[in-house]
Design a protein around this ligand. Structure first.
Ligand code: 1PR
Length: 527
């Protein structure tokens, strides 16, 4: 029997699904005594350290957890669940009491690389542990974090990972262990690791080893634009420059749950669902999207992002729902990240106009509770052609390799809301910067002019945004062949590339994209 310590934040459904898939039975901690009654305890944590420690204190879990840990009973902490084992974090200014099982603290990444460290990275193994049994040392695991542990005692380090510099990415002392990466989101290798924890009788490590692993991979993401068609069925659709209708009807390219499963099996590094008409309705009334996430997370063990309609909302009875309420429902249904489109534009404009962070915007609220890494900003820009940079002095103008309808060589990228239906006087670069400052952890950078054209990514746009922020950027819109993916990784700093149409229509399978990238020497995960 596995006991899950669920303190109320983040996506614990994936861990539950993974344990159940592995044949484990599961119970949850609902009161402090449940901790000491556990046979094996898993503590999955996502989000913000301060908020986690505060809740553990409020629920009176700290003392029983300490007793459990110091009695050397089987414990596996994931991400924040591992960080909680240390004496404190730079992310926590509250002075709340931490577990202090391991000596050392949690520090923010100090690097010029994008933070959060997000994606599939390798591990350098330092202990011969049953936890890593039957795992190919060249495997990569899914990481998503801005802070990492700094253990004082090197002998407790089970693995390290390199992101600019080497940091401890897994620890083990006796039966107490933890990983910074998410095994429940790391496909087959992650499932093997969880299986090792769940099934092994003896977990103690046999001694030190030194095995080097691989580095961070570029991510290839499959995106599913979802909406109801005219018969009311929820379908995956795909537009050309955001127009999803063919002869009047909404294009139907498949069922969301089945397609997501296919992409997982084909090796997608992440899957993104965009509820493209979410701006119209209140998303919590749109229960099918919650169901899609619940069903998908039973079979798909890579990160899931959901976007569409994430904003504050007052229903017809006057009941107020915050964007945080909406996001929480998505996280509990199996999402790892939420993506905000239209609302981010309005919030950023208000912030830029006043220079004041209200603390109440969707971006701020959600990142405070779930961490920056859980908040993606989906940008839907359109090109505005101009004759020279001086023609749009208030906007970030780029020189384009395309030319405008009247031969213009320059353009700026105007933000839109409601899936391109309305424009705002804000450019994509300013939006990305403002959202980063408000607490966003990643940018999903679409381009309406390129969407569905198969003509390649907009490299100028991607470079402009990538150079303006220090959070990861997902290049999106326009992929038509394998070479477009190598182009985007060789000619921009994008951390990930996303495509929809070519995958849905099976024109270019995911494996072919990965094989092409590997052949060009671009690091990719190939399981
Ligand atoms: O504004 O917070 O409610 O979120 C709505 C979300 O829905 C936004 O993320 C927005 O990008 C998305 N969206 C709205 N309308 C459309 C549409 O297509 N009519 N889809 C839409 C956006 C763009 C990409 C697409 C890539 C790759 N889709 O996600 O998948 O362009 O396509 P390709 O590889 O085929 O070129 P809110």
């Amino acid at each position: 029997m596995i006991t899950l310590l669920d303190y109320g934040a983040g996506n614990v459904r994936s861990v539950m699904n993974a344990v159940q898939r592995l044949g484990g039975t599961l119970t949850r901690v609902t009161k402090p005594e449940d901790i000491l009654n556990a046979e094996k305890l898993i503590f999955p944590g996502v989000g913000n350290y301060e908020s986690m420690i505060r809740i553990l204190n409020q629920k009176k879990y700290i003392e029983p957890l300490r007793e459990y840990l110091f009695a050397d009973r089987p414990f596996f902490g994931i991400c924040l669940g591992m960080q909680a084992l240390f004496q404190g974090s730079e992310e926590d200014f509250s002075g709340n009491e931490s577990l202090g099982f391991f000596k050392g603290r949690v520090a923010r990444f100090k690097t010029n690389l994008a933070v959060p460290h997000m994606g599939w990275n390798g591990i350098n193994i330092k202990q011969d542990s049953p936890l890593l049994k039957e795992i190919d040392p060249g495997s990569r695991f899914y990481f998503v974090h801005s802070y990492h542990i700094v253990p004082e005692d090197p002998s407790v380090v089970l693995a390290t990972t390199t992101y600019d510099y080497e940091f401890a990415s897994a620890v083990q002392k006796g039966n107490v262990m933890g990983t910074q990466f998410h095994p429940e989101k790391s496909g087959r290798v992650g499932m093997q690791l969880l299986k090792n924890f769940i099934r092994s009788e003896a977990l103690h490590a046999a001694g030190p080893v030194e095995i080097r692993g691989k580095g961070l991979a570029k991510r290839v993401i499959a995106c599913l634009d979802v909406r109801s068609n005219d018969d009311g069925d929820l379908v995956v659709t795909k537009g050309d420059q955001y127009d999803v209708r063919d002869k009047g009807g909404v294009r139907n390219l498949g069922r969301p749950v089945a397609l997501a499963k296919r992409y997982y099996e084909e090796g997608a590094d992440e899957i993104t669902f965009l509820n493209i008409t979410g701006f119209r309705d209140f998303p919590l009334k749109d229960m099918p999207m919650l169901k899609v996430l619940e069903e998908t997370s039973k079979n798909v063990f890579v990160p899931l992002t959901i976007g569409g309609g994430i904003r504050d909302y007052t229903d017809s009875c006057g009941q107020v729902y915050t964007a945080l309420d909406v996001a929480s429902r998505y996280f509990r249904s199996g999402a790892d990240k939420i993506s905000i489109g239209s609302d981010a534009v309005e919030v950023a404009m208000a912030y830029l106009a006043t220079g004041t962070k209200t603390g109440t915007s969707a971006i701020e609220q959600i990142s405070r509770v779930y961490g920056n890494q859980a908040v993606v900003i989906s940008i839907d820009p359109k090109r505005v052609w101009v004759d020279s940079p001086d023609s749009a002095k208030d906007h970030h103008v780029v020189q384009s390799s395309d030319s405008g309808p009247e031969g213009q060589a320059y353009c700026w990228y105007q933000c839109t809301v409601q899936g391109g239906r309305q424009v705002r006087d804000l450019d994509a670069v300013a939006l990305a910067r403002a959202c980063e400052s408000l607490g966003a952890g990643e940018i999903l950078l679409n381009c309406i002019d390129k969407d569905g054209t198969n003509s390649g990514f907009d490299l100028e746009l991607i470079n402009a945004v990538r150079n303006a922020v220090s959070i990861p950027v997902i290049a999106s819109s326009g992929a038509g062949c394998e070479a477009h993916f190598s182009q985007v990784f060789e000619r921009t700093g994008a951390e990930a590339a996303l495509a929809a149409g070519i995958f849905h229509r099976q024109e270019v399978p995911l494996q072919r994209v990965k094989a092409h990238l590997a052949q060009r020497g671009i690091p990719v995960r190939q399981e």
